[in-house]
Design a protein around this ligand. Sequence first.
Ligand SMILES: Cc1cc2nc3c(=O)[nH]c(=O)nc-3n(C[C@H](O)[C@H](O)[C@H](O)COP(=O)(O)OP(=O)(O)OC[C@H]3O[C@@H](n4cnc5c(N)ncnc54)[C@H](O)[C@@H]3O)c2cc1C
Length: 512
Amino acid sequence: MSIRPTRPAPLAALPAQVHTLIVGTGFAGLAAAHKILTEKSSSDVVLIERAADVGGTWRDNTYPGAACDVPSNLYSFSFAPSPAWTHNYARQPEIFDYLKSVADSHGMRERTVFDCELLSARWDSKTSRWNVETSQGTTSAQVLVAATGTLSNPSFPDVPGIGDFTGTMFHSATWDHGFDPAGKRIAVVGTGASAIQFVPELADPAEHLTVFQRTPAWIIPRLERPIGALERRLYKVLPPTQKIARGALYAYREGYVVALAKFTFLLPLFKLVAQGQLRKQVADPVLRKKLTPGFTIGCKRMLLSNTWLRTLSRPDVDLVDTGMSAMTADGVVDGNGVEHKVDAVVFGTGFTATEPPVAQVLHGADGRSLAESWNGSPSAYRGTSVNGFPNLFLMYGPNTNLGHSSIVYMLESQANYINSAIAQMSDRKLSSIDVTRRAQEAYNDDIDEQLTDTVWNAGGCSSWYFDRKGRNSVMWPTFTWEFRKLLRTTDLGDFELRRGAPVAQPRESEPA
Ligand SMILES: Cc1cc2nc3c(=O)[nH]c(=O)nc-3n(C[C@H](O)[C@H](O)[C@H](O)COP(=O)(O)OP(=O)(O)OC[C@H]3O[C@@H](n4cnc5c(N)ncnc54)[C@H](O)[C@@H]3O)c2cc1C
């Protein structure tokens, strides 16, 4: 009989005061908590999470076929390698279990208040603290880390009649597991990273699928394989072998940047691979044309799949390439005004990425919200600090997204930066640090310049990377090691510093 290790109990209630408050317990929140706790820059760390468990993306996205698209040996924490992955691209349940076990074994669960949503946080210049309101009461924090995710709020198309549909309707990020697709006519709206994973899973049980596409994506093969018992054993007994495998994957993925951002004339090599797969899997030239993007490969994230194109070739699957224009009580209307009667609609329409809801509830030194301050165009210093919002750190902030590698690497870089800032505040007895406008602008001017010739800006597509003002406020423009280097420490020379007010919680190593 195996004995299940007991799960640590979470924090029962929100304390009235805390030094460092981390909002969100996905990869980002856990990375920040781990760094701050292990380096002991603050011992008074509390996490809050609006859901009932840790995991973020990997707790919520439970759709059939959900899996990562960066190999798990790389898409995982450097401080918690797992020899247990059963596939090189782990499936959602394994990633969710992994995040739960990291939270349990690194002392994070017992510091987390669950079902606790951040409702508002206001900077108080008199006390140099954040006054925080949550669904479980109020608290005050000296340092606030917003690790609320970029892809955590589902987005729906803004079309007339969306509320009129009387059948089953849900978003891929809130999959309705009570819904039985067997024998149903199902419309799928969207052809992005999630849809290409769940559509092949729905095709068999459904009676008929109609997929509504706005723009096709370039699809490249997914070099997928199970990780056998022998390899798993090797990683377990000889951990350096897994480190080597991770290093090799990292180097290989960074190689993509050479074509995506530095020498875009190399991109046709990727295109050859994508076109080869398209030709092999789609015999019908009309369908093939519908599935051929009109922009440079890489401009929108290249998607990985061995089954998507083949699924769209099935006789019981239709592709509508005019998108959706409206909904009725019993169907979806396409861009040509034709109604398609269906029993259910599944939205694979992504997330509100450039307008994160958390920006509405964070109010800085002048009382304005972060959303008001950004005014439709998010920007930050090193993707993490924002002028006028002292002691606030954004994880996965503006211009930190990647088209080629693991976001976890970026999040761990941000965790280094936050930890460095907190340690320096403590050492220098600073009550607040606020990045200067000048430093923030100079940083973003440089980002904009670096992005100019990349495929994300120059590849001729319209993507979610562009904000309301037409700025690419999403992508990191170059190699990830450059980000790591830049965020190794926080350069307080770029900040306005405030001394005097007591720091709530001294570093553990210092006498109280
Ligand atoms: C289906 C899918 C597949 C993906 N695959 C990959 C991949 O293969 N590789 C890759 O690099 N990236 C991938 N991504 C991107 C993914 O979002 C990131 O890799 C990563 O999971 C982000 O972690 P996070 O902690 O920043 O955000 P999240 O995982 O979104 O976590 C944010 C947490 O904050 C909580 N929260 C939000 N608002 C509040 C609030 N107001 N109060 C309290 N709590 C709040 C949420 O409940 C959530 O738990 C994928 C995304 C999706 C949706």
